[in-house]
Design a protein around this ligand. Sequence first.
Ligand code: SF4
Ligand code: FES
Length: 256
Amino acid sequence: MSAQKGLNLTLKVWRQKNDKDKGQMETYQVADISTDSSFLEMMDILNEQLIAEGKEPVAFDHDCREGICGSCSMYINGEAHGPGREITTCQLHMREFKDGDTIYIEPWRAKAFPVIKDLVVDRSAFDRVMAAGGFISVNTSGNTQDANAIPIEKADADKAFDAATCIGCGACVASCKNASAMLFVSAKVSQFALLPQGQVEAKERVQNMVKVMDEEGFGNCSNTGACEVECPKGISLENIARMNREYLSASVTSDK
Ligand code: SF4
Ligand code: FES
């Protein structure tokens, strides 16, 4: 059996020195890339090549490389996290590409996610949305009821869990023509809204998180649905509908 030939690829990569630099696409060639390589391993090979040539390697975010941390934010051939459904960039493999392909690699593009360098964007706006309400307060006086002792409908527990699988990657924002963060924020609201533990601060939570989301410069939702298609965790648009209901209910019943 003959050994499978590696891929020879042309890469068009966004290079930007810092947040002030205008940035531009640069063209690179990589040769003999194994189809078993992950996309980030291919980027590592490119960087080793650039370093050997005395050039600056491409800056990109990554940490877990197994679809958990949400940091590998790359826009590949016009899609957040590239081709393939319900995977992150680090879970994308080179077998999705053909020999001779040209691959366009860009950072997330959204006003609320400014580019720091090359493919690295500042996603701290998500942290500020989380700090505004992505938590519950628990009385730790010693009389606290064990969470597992509180009965929860299986359907609600499953939906809360599904919402909680959001990894905060920002692909929903990058895919949306309005750069809306509604899928992310609604997942974070829903994971608590469906559970009894989330009820105490429910009204403030949805109001505060939506307020910070708007202040951070994310756009409005116009029900295009691109976010759901590109989300690596399959977060459903149903969460946006739930957040809108929570928000409306909080607005008409809140003392604020
Ligand atoms: S909703 Fe999906 S696309 Fe958006 S941040 Fe969460 S995991 Fe990423
Ligand atoms: S590097 Fe952690 S999700 Fe891709």
